[in-house]
Write a protein that binds this ligand. Structure first.
Ligand code: SF4
Ligand code: MG
Length: 334
């Protein structure tokens, strides 16, 4: 389908003397699709989310909504464009004002520049609450009167108030119990079908990524290492994607989370100062050992490029291929 939202060669960071923690990242998100963004903490997932939603301007590169560079719009146009892309953050507790009734929070989201008259928006507020399976009476209550899952529904309703075309969901279920997680995921899928929404779905949980997403971008230390359909998880071309896949504690289990702090803490590097060459080379089990080509992996950054026969792009000098994955070996070169 048509590309709704895209980033082209985006580098970004924070602060006054900002050092980039996201390096030359490109994504193209087709209408009605769900682009998963996966990686460990520190991989730049949330930074990418904030760039896409317009909260931070990229140091380099372009963000396009319907082909238009959003940072070149006038203030008024940018305001309208930003309503098209709504962020649902991880923590429903901190993203709702504890003193503001749900109805008022929704009224503000419906008419952010209008005069605040909750009554005028009563029908729309009831409709929004119904769309996330909450009763209209919720409008009169305060956030603390709701459970975590209900609060996340309220945050989703607030995002829908802007009538967005794209929702960026950043670890939206990671603070919730497993059963509540499933309800929120089903709600998001249902809303996507009903409203024709496009999602960017940020998660460190590969099972959730596999369930929710059509496409996947794998980030490591702020660099895109692999991109393709969700199929990359079952047939990775990049050694890091394979490592993510193999880090599932139980292949048949429902919880396939990565350790939040990283897979091998002694190897965790600074995303603002990533290793030379291939950013993954200090942890890679293939390149250096298997090819006796340590110099190339440590010196030359691999370019994200198409890898046959699967529809994917991989940033690796020696991508893993089907022929290289022999079942009796741990992997190529072992
Ligand atoms: Fe491993 Fe080399 Fe590929 Fe990097 S470029 S992932 S070090 S084989
Ligand atoms: Mg994050």
């Amino acid at each position: 389908g048509a590309i709704v939202l895209g980033a082209e060669g985006v580098s970004a960071g924070y602060g006054v003397r900002s050092r980039n923690v996201l390096h030359d990242v490109s994504v193209a998100i087709a209408r009605g699709s769900t682009m998963g963004v996966v990686g460990e903490s520190g991989s730049g997932k949330s930074t990418l989310a904030r760039v896409l939603v317009g909260q931070i301007a990229p140091a380099r590169g372009v963000v396009r909504l319907d082909g238009t560079d959003v940072h070149r719009l006038s203030r008024r146009e940018r305001f309208a464009a930003r309503r098209q892309i709504q962020l649902v953050p991880q923590d429903p507790y901190s993203s709702l004002d504890p003193r503001m009734s749900v109805g008022r929070a929704l009224a503000e989201a419906i008419a952010p520049r209008g005069r605040l008259r909750t009554g005028a928006h009563r029908d729309r507020i009831a409709e929004l609450l119904a769309s996330v399976a909450l009763d209209a009476s919720a409008a009169r209550r305060l956030p603390h009167e709701f459970s975590g899952g209900q609060r996340q529904r309220i945050v989703i309703a607030r995002a829908l108030a802007a009538e967005p075309r794209v929702i960026i969901a950043d670890e939206v279920t990671s603070s919730l119990d497993t059963s509540v997680q499933a309800e929120i995921l089903e709600l998001l899928l249902d809303l996507q079908r009903r409203l024709g929404l496009t999602y960017v779905f940020i998660t460190h949980d590969l099972a959730i990524a596999q369930y929710m997403c059509t496409d996947l971008s794998v980030l490591y230390l702020g660099t895109l290492v692999e991109q393709g359909t969700t199929d990359v998880l079952s047939r990775p071309g990049h050694p890091y994607t394979e490592l993510l896949r193999d880090s599932r504690p139980d292949p048949r289990g429902r919880s396939l989370q990565l350790p939040a702090g990283g897979l091998a803490s002694e190897d965790v590097a600074d995303p603002a100062n990533p290793p030379s060459g291939c950013v993954f080379h200090p942890r890679c089990r293939y390149g250096p050992r298997a090819h006796g080509d340590r110099d190339r992996c440590a010196a030359e950054p691999p370019i994200l490029r198409d890898v046959a026969p699967h529809a994917r792009r991989t940033a690796c000098h020696f991508p893993i291929g089907p022929a290289a994955q022999k079942p009796d070996e741990g992997g190529r070169g072992e």
